[in-house]
Design a protein around this ligand. Structure first.
Ligand code: UDP
Length: 318
């Protein structure tokens, strides 16, 4: 029998990282989860700790990483990812995107492992093209408050490509669009968690700006399926180009607020707050490449996904 594939997941105790660890363990992988718990939480992986195929190491990935034994895949998910987190932790965000990505790539090179970078739709900035295909270079303010995240991820993509070109590391880049689901923190600051908590607490839902800005929301299980397809895809030239993974159903933030009010049955009203600086006006993934090359498409529609997420938050607040 072949020994189990061994995967290292940085940021494995975070929202996406923990779902990824869980699915990799289910698929038979041995998983080593690294996290410094800056925005991650041990609660997210508590149910995995008793599994012999899962191990957690409290580790800052910007420090030296020494991992014993073979590694088949390195999946680099460590980073603050919510706008309020990266605005609060600007230097750590730049550091994990640059130094942390470099260290994670060096580990993949040393172990001759596959490498997957969790990048972001933020590399497109405030896009002038909608929907965004992977070939779009973006419209990013390099000195605005969001630049600590956007430019860190753009650097992370550049160094990933350098390791691919110069060291022949088998790399893959996923550009993750807005994703939601269980294990988002209630105080995460992102729109879906904020609106659900506000609706359940019967407080007004705070829309930033006039709510006409758009986003496209992907349920977490769909996103993880896309990432698993990408890490398991055959090596080759197609892997040299990033993959957008997200749900292409675009809607306004105001429409999202009304869906959440309807699905929670909340009496909450809607109130307006200032729009954050450089808040993208539109965002929608073109997922043609993921469909054609990975054979992946999202399956969970917004109402279904919101119901599951609302149930999770109800449990947490009851
Ligand atoms: N937003 C909002 N109310 C909130 C949180 C966010 O109206 O309580 C808006 C925000 O200005 C943005 C969109 O919702 O236009 C998505 O914000 P989020 O922070 O979830 O992620 P982003 O897509 O900006 O990274």
């Amino acid at each position: 029998m072949n020994p189990a594939m061994r995967a290292v997941v940085t940021g494995g105790a975070g929202f996406l990282g923990s779902h990824l660890c869980e699915r990799l363990v289910d698929l038979g992988y041995e998983v080593l989860c690294l996290d410094n718990l800056l925005t991650g939480n041990e609660q997210n992986i508590a149910h995995l700790l008793g599994n012999s195929r899962f191990r957690f190491l409290k580790q800052d990935v910007t420090e030296r990483m020494e991992i014993d034994g073979p590694v088949d895949a390195v999946l680099h998910f460590a980073s603050p990812a919510s706008p309020i987190d990266y605005l609060d932790l600007p230097i750590q965000t730049l550091n994990v995107g640059s130094v942390g990505t470099h260290k994670a790539l060096a580990l993949a090179k040393e172990k001759k492992a596959r490498f997957l970078l969790a990048s972001t739709s933020e590399v497109y900035g405030d896009p002038l093209v909608n929907p965004q295909p992977e070939s779009y270079w973006g419209n990013v303010n390099p000195i605005g408050p969001r630049s600590v995240y956007d430019e860190a991820k753009r650097f992370a993509e550049a160094i990933t490509m350098a390791y691919r070109r110069y060291y022949q590391v088998d790399t893959r880049i996923v550009r993750i669009f807005n994703t939601y689901g269980p294990r988002m923190r209630p105080n995460d600051g992102r729109v879906v968690s904020n609106f659900i908590v506000q609706a359940l607490e019967r407080r007004p839902l705070m829309i930033y700006g006039n709510g006409s800005q758009t986003r496209s929301f992907c349920y977490v299980s769909d996103l993880i399926s896309g990432i698993l397809s990408l890490i398991q895809a055959e090596p080759g030239d197609a892997m040299a180009i990033p993959f957008n993974i997200g749900n292409p159903e675009e809607r306004t933030v105001r429409n999202l607020a009304w869906r959440i009010i309807a699905l929670t049955g909340s009496p909450s009203a809607i109130e307006a707050r200032d729009l954050p600086v450089d808040d993208p006006k539109v965002r929608c993934p073109d997922i043609t490449r993921a469909k054609n090359i990975l054979g992946w498409r999202p399956e969970v529609d917004l109402d279904q996904g919101l119901r599951l997420t609302i149930a999770h938050f109800r449990k947490q607040t009851s």
